[in-house]
Design a binder for this molecule. Structure first.
Ligand code: BGC
Length: 428
């Protein structure tokens, strides 16, 4: 037994968790610094759609009235200006299919003109538009034809995708076909849009739509980059989720889009709170983004990675653990930069979200760089959190400094890398 002790010590050293941490190197020129938002969650004045109906029906997910969200529909110019002032060069938003195509074959020119102006303002602010075509929402008439269970929806979605990609071609846009397909399916299941035996069909149709959509967008907007962002889940869950979507579209991606929020380790099993929707109770695990990036670079070595979403929920603006949004932001960027220092190719990072918004049923979980009290403040004033200055300074500096020490220590025995059961990675 005693003879095993030195052996164990050597193993710990050899496992690469060496005493010298890799430097958090600055982001390269051309790196996409971004903010994210989505139509239904921010726009307000929602047309008939699956989600408008869920809100009206008061499904079990609905805890708060929708009202008019944070009225991005009318305040987009000032919100885009807030993003510009942060110094981001990429602005992610979604076009709402339900808004621009309220009936089959009918296009709403006023709403299309609204998106034209969003795109124009984003471009005028020297930002690259990242356009999501579907962020969990589809029109009421699509619901009526069976939603994504009906293969007809694939055909209709491709007409919509072609129209939008044609309208905004030649701008160097980054395109996201579907936001988090597995979460989309989860929402549809949870709200009763899709039955238990229909979930597989929905995914098969999303896969078909993405695959064909990838080709359509490249045809009408050559040179653009197209992907779908996956909701990262710690292993072993991620393997099942990827088998359902990502691995079926792997040859139709220009980059791997990763949304990282929560990790899992033996000393942090708080992700379980996600099951009850109390996301603010989950202890953030910033180093988890590093393992996620390393893993996807291993699986898709020929593709760059893009952190399409990262952010932290508060409980109505507060967190019991006192972890600030600015520390959360810097800590995650530190680990992104660590991964990059080790050769992982990351081309962008978007913060979720520019402002607080409708968190698919409630306003309690808040993710905004700017906070907005939808339920109590009719003026919908955008008030900066501490992360606004932090993001602005970090972008200006090209990332967190090389000597940055994360506020939150690395987790022990991370499910994504069991070598951490022997030793946590050093952070200087
Ligand atoms: C979604 C967003 C959501 C965010 C925070 C992602 O799953 O794309 O719509 O608000 O996570 O929960």
């Amino acid at each position: 037994m005693l003879r095993l002790v030195p052996l164990l010590a050597v193993v710990v050293l050899l496992l690469g968790l060496s005493a010298v941490p890799a430097q958090a190197t600055p982001m390269p020129p051309g790196f996409h610094w971004g903010v994210s938002l989505a139509g239904f969650q921010s726009e307000g004045f929602a047309p008939d759609s699956n989600w408008r109906r869920y809100v009206e029906q008061g499904t079990s997910a609905i805890k708060h009235p929708y009202r008019d969200a944070v009225d991005f529909r009318h305040r987009y110019a000032s919100d885009i200006e807030l993003a510009r002032q942060l110094g981001v060069n990429t602005f992610r938003f979604s076009v709402e299919w339900a808004r621009v195509q309220p009936r089959p074959g009918a296009w709403d020119e006023t709403e299309l003109a609204y998106y034209d102006d969003v795109v124009a303002k984003v471009r005028a602010a020297d930002m690259t538009p990242m356009i999501t075509l579907t962020h969990f929402v589809h029109p009421g008439w699509v619901v009526d034809q069976g939603g994504w269970v009906n293969p007809r929806t694939v055909v209709d979605w491709l007409v919509y995708a072609r129209a939008i990609a044609t309208r905004y071609r030649g701008l160097g846009a980054l395109w996201i076909t579907f936001n988090e397909p597995t979460q989309y399916r989860h929402h549809e299941r949870q709200n009763g849009g899709v039955g238990v035996f229909e979930a597989g069909t929905m995914m098969t149709n999303l896969v078909a739509a993405h695959r064909a959509g990838f080709d359509v967008i490249h045809e009408v907007d050559p040179g653009s980059r197209v992907s779908s962002n996956i909701a990262y889940l710690p292993p072993p869950l991620q393997g099942f989720a990827d088998a359902d979507f990502l691995n079926r579209v792997g040859d139709k991606l220009d980059f791997v889009g990763i949304d990282y929020y929560y990790g899992l380790s033996l000393d942090n099993l708080t992700a379980i709170h996600g099951a009850s929707g109390e996301f603010w109770k989950i202890a953030p695990q910033p180093d988890g983004i590093y393992y996620a990036l390393k893993e996807y670079q291993r699986q898709y070595p020929h593709l760059p990675l893009y952190v399409v979403e990262n952010g932290m929920p508060t409980d109505n603006g507060a967190r019991a653990d006192g972890y600030s949004r600015s520390s959360h932001l810097r800590d995650h960027l530190y680990w992104v930069q660590r991964a990059m220092a080790e050769g992982v190719r990351v081309i962008g990072y978007n913060y979720w979200s520019l402002t607080d918004n409708y968190e698919w049923g409630d306003y309690r979980a808040r993710f905004g760089l700017y906070t907005v009290d939808v339920l109590t403040d009719p003026s919908l004033t955008r008030r900066p959190t501490d992360a606004v200055a932090a993001y602005r300074e970090t972008i200006a500096a090209g990332g967190v400094p090389a000597d940055y020490v994360p506020v939150r220590r690395p987790a022990w025995c991370v499910f994504a890398d069991l070598r951490t059961c022997l030793a946590r990675p050093p952070v200087r």
